[in-house]
Design a protein around this ligand. Structure first.
Ligand SMILES: [Zn+2]
Length: 141
């Protein structure tokens, strides 16, 4: 059982987290889905530190929680660690990190040529393979 003050504390923390997330979403880095570049992402993969649209969030869910941990920006509760991961990474850093592990011949697919899922998620897969299955680490940059 939680006391009233614990509930209030949790609610306050949640409001702080929401404020941080909406600030991050206003930054140019995060205004577009990391996968398909759809405008105004409302979902995120907190272990990868990227914001994405609802469609790509569904694709990430299908990748499994060992690769991508998806949360709604507005509808889910966040922990301080998850928030910190989003602050540390963000779409631009994440893309730079994953793309550094791609062969030079790789070209980001255009959304009108391929299903959007093939863009960032394929980068991700290549990255995960190249690191032997370990999660991307912001400290690598
Ligand atoms: Zn998307």
């Amino acid at each position: 059982m939680t006391t009233r003050s614990e509930r209030e504390k949790a609610q306050k923390l949640n409001e702080q987290h929401q404020a941080i997330l909406s600030k991050l979403l206003r930054e140019d880095d995060n205004k577009y889905c990391a996968d398909c570049e759809a405008k105004g992402p409302r979902w995120a993969s907190w272990n990868l530190g990227v914001f994405m649209c609802i469609r790509c969030a569904g694709i990430h869910r299908n990748l499994g929680v060992h690769i991508s941990r998806v949360k709604s920006v507005n509808l889910d509760q966040w922990t301080p660690e998850q928030i910190q991961s989003m602050v540390d990474m963000g779409n631009t850093r994440a893309r730079r990190l994953y793309e550094a592990h791609l062969p030079e011949s790789f070209r980001r697919p255009q959304t009108d040529q391929y299903p959007p899922a093939t863009s960032f998620s394929s980068h991700l897969f290549l990255f995960i393979c190249s690191t032997g299955g370990k999660s991307p680490n912001p400290g690598l940059l």
